[in-house]
Design a protein around this ligand. Sequence first.
Ligand SMILES: [Mg+2]
Length: 315
Amino acid sequence: MKEQILLVDDSKSERTSIKNALGELFDDFIEAEDGLSAIKAFIDKKPGFIITDVEMPSMSGYRFLETVRQMEDGHDVPVILLSATKDSLKGKLTGFNLGASDFLIKPFNKEELVARVKSLLRIRALMTELKQKNILLEKLAITDDLTGLNNRRYFFEAVREQLALGVRHNFDVACMLLDIDYFKAVNDTHGHLAGDAVLKTLGTLLTTAKREGEILARFGGEEFIICLFNTDPDSSIKAAERFRSIIEEYDFSSEQFPKLDRITVSIGISVCSQQVASSKDNPVTIDELLKTADTALYRSKSGGRNRITLLEHTV
Ligand SMILES: [Mg+2]
């Protein structure tokens, strides 16, 4: 990526001497001669580095810096202030209080400018690395590492958010617990690696069958969970049938595990009318929905497995 720097100074010769000093560190020099055109250049080009003069007509370097720091893309961009002020301590304090990354007094020493720019570039690179690691960690924190599906932590957060919306909009919500039938036998007969392969494939199948707006997660062990919004008992049964049938029809055998065959799942659904729930001033919680779904799942299991049971959750 091209490294861009924005140089702001009302003196063209000053801009040229900065450019000459930093020629090896940047590929693209964007120039502006006052604060206002610098703001426009920053918005248009999003440069990754800024050096700005303080004393400029119409808008000073301080005002420009202040504006940049208030912009979403401007929080972290390194900004070096250059000033020809006589009262350098006061100028520096003002600059740093406004968020300057560094401050140099004119006339500056070229080697010092280069050294300070390099130091800020190093810090910026470390910050970028840290941000990327944080994004990865956030993703890992909500992902089930075996199946790649969302985990229950994500599920609870996402559903709570949706339920809060549901109370306002009065839509119905359904919670579906899905459990693999005789999973222990799969592990006992074919080994735990085969069990893991089944879980992974099941995760892929569920993702394939899932529709937009449905929240799917691995709940733990051989249990998966799906939440549906804006639904009713009939549509919830149809949705559950979509998941149940894709699994029943799939051939789980593979080169690694040729003896694996068919797998089935039992499903328990709880459906709750938010209108009823909120009219009683008692919005339904995800824990209550899960409890009812668990009872429904138990009925599917005791009723012979590979089937769907729906219970209407009452408040
Ligand atoms: Mg000036």
